[in-house]
Design a protein. Structure first.
Length: 451
């Protein structure tokens, strides 16, 4: 469905480009192509069936030294760059029939458009700080098979024991927080009664042994609503009609006290964690892919606020798929976060390129925000990512591991963090202008047609 829908959506910018080029000429046509394409990418970042995985600017996730200027433009700046280079190369090929002077000028423009951003990127890339800070953080990779073991109730004790054992190997008196992966607590936890579960009590005992420590962990959770009271559009009724409940892909921030702070994943995977437009398409929920936890659409809430570790460290809990949404991650930073914790379960990919692509795309968020990233992945790749986008201590895939690093804290907000996807917004406004001109041109063609 994703392939078919994306194919249809991708055809629309080209169709609009075709009309604009015919009515307004080639130059405006090519400009409109970029604008209409930005509309598509903004749609995939913001509508109820988001799928920005294929947004063009993500292609530089493996060439991060070329796009250090993403701190000003975000990944949409890379989209514009790719389109500009391709259009100019196309024009250069078309200049073969012109004189050598015209071809030379066109070639010079192409070379400049390719090289200048790269040169600027290497110039502005920040130097990685010396990692001598005594304060450190730990990321844990338990390596639990999500298909066969993770949601098997018989393995819950083993999973928690593994997570605690790996954490104990790296935690010291200077560790201020530990990051565990998405749904590290696989046992379905009621948010109305958190400390009534064996898994949570084991974790609480671990934290009591380290009272200076905080834990950020993924949790498979749910919340209940009384019958006749408020409930969300994704809530489901209990079979006995005694009330409603919502399932969540959540992150908990815990310490040795009874205080627990909760974040619910907002950017849910369409067709897996959420059925788009549930009031209309709820009848399709039975066809959604099961990835553990409650079936059907999960609950969510727009709340990109960080967990407060202490007065100087505030951590954004970025859950899995959310790490490919640059502007959403930037909202955490605007709200005070100065460290990003990406917690994920990439074992669903098995041994395909998907888990690597997810890692590299998430690394773009470090450049956009110039924040340090702690990445804890169930089966890998776990790592630390510097504000420059450089990846440190990357673990092997599908092996248990725990890694520790000094904490790098930023004290400023980038241009992109402050203004978000302004390039995409500009593309939408310009596309609207082109659409108005097209409507006017079509109207003239219809109503002023000679008799």
């Amino acid at each position: 469905m994703a392939i078919v829908l994306n194919s249809i959506l991708m055809s629309i910018p080209f169709m609009m480009f075709h009309f604009t080029k015919r009515k307004l000429g080639p130059t405006w046509g090519y400009i409109s192509l970029v604008c209409f394409w930005l509309c598509l990418e903004m749609l995939h970042l913001n509508w109820d069936a988001p799928w920005p995985w294929l947004n063009v600017g993500n292609v530089f996730a493996v060439s991060r030294n070329w796009v250090q200027w993403y701190e000003y433009t975000g990944a949409l700046g890379g989209t514009v760059w790719v389109w500009a280079v391709n259009i100019l190369i196309y024009k250069l090929i078309g200049a073969r029939s012109q004189g050598s002077g015209a071809r030379g000028r066109a070639l010079a423009v192409v070379i400049a458009i390719v090289l200048v951003p790269v040169i600027i990127s290497y110039t502005i890339k920040p130097k990685n700080p010396a990692l001598t800070n005594r304060v450190n953080v730990v990321a844990v990779q338990p390596n639990i098979d999500p298909y066969n073991d993770k949601f098997d109730t018989a393995t819950y004790d083993y999973q928690i024991n593994t997570l605690i054992s790996l954490s104990e190997q790296k935690v010291d008196s200077n560790t201020i927080f530990v990051a565990w992966p998405e749904t590290a607590i696989a046992e379905l936890i009621s948010e109305n009664n958190i400390f009534s579960y064996r898994s949570v009590n084991k974790i609480h005992d671990f934290l009591k042994r380290h009272p200076h420590l905080k834990l950020i962990t993924g949790v498979n959770s749910y919340a209940t609503y009384p019958m006749g009271g408020f409930h969300s559009e994704t809530a489901r009724m209990y079979p006995d009609k005694s009330g409603w409940y919502d399932g969540f892909n959540a992150a908990f921030e815990m310490d040795h006290s009874d205080s627990v702070h909760i974040y619910h994943k907002f950017k849910l995977v369409p067709g897996v964690e959420k059925m788009p437009y549930p009031t209309v398409l709820s009848f399709l929920e039975s066809y959604s892919i099961s990835m553990g936890g409650p079936g059907g659409s999960l609950g969510s809430k727009y709340a990109p606020y960080p967990f407060i570790i202490n007065d100087s460290v505030k951590v954004a809990p970025v859950i899995c798929y959310e790490s490919i949404f640059g502007s959403y991650v930037g909202q955490f930073v605007k709200n005070g976060a100065n460290v990003l914790a990406i917690i994920t379960n990439d074992g669903w990919w098995q041994n395909t390129p998907g888990y690597k692509q997810h890692l590299y795309t998430g690394a773009l968020r470090a450049i956009e925000t110039r924040e340090f990233i702690v990445r804890a992945a169930n089966t890998g790749i776990s790592c630390f990512i510097m504000p420059s986008g450089d990846i440190l201590q990357a673990t092997d895939f599908w092996v248990p591991a725990a890694i520790k690093s000094p904490l790098v804290i930023s004290h400023f907000q980038t241009f992109y963090t402050r203004y978000g996807d302004y390039i995409g917004c500009a593309g939408i406004y310009l596309a609207g202008v082109f659409l108005v001109f097209l409507i006017i041109a079509w109207s003239k063609a219809i109503f002023l047609k000679p008799k």
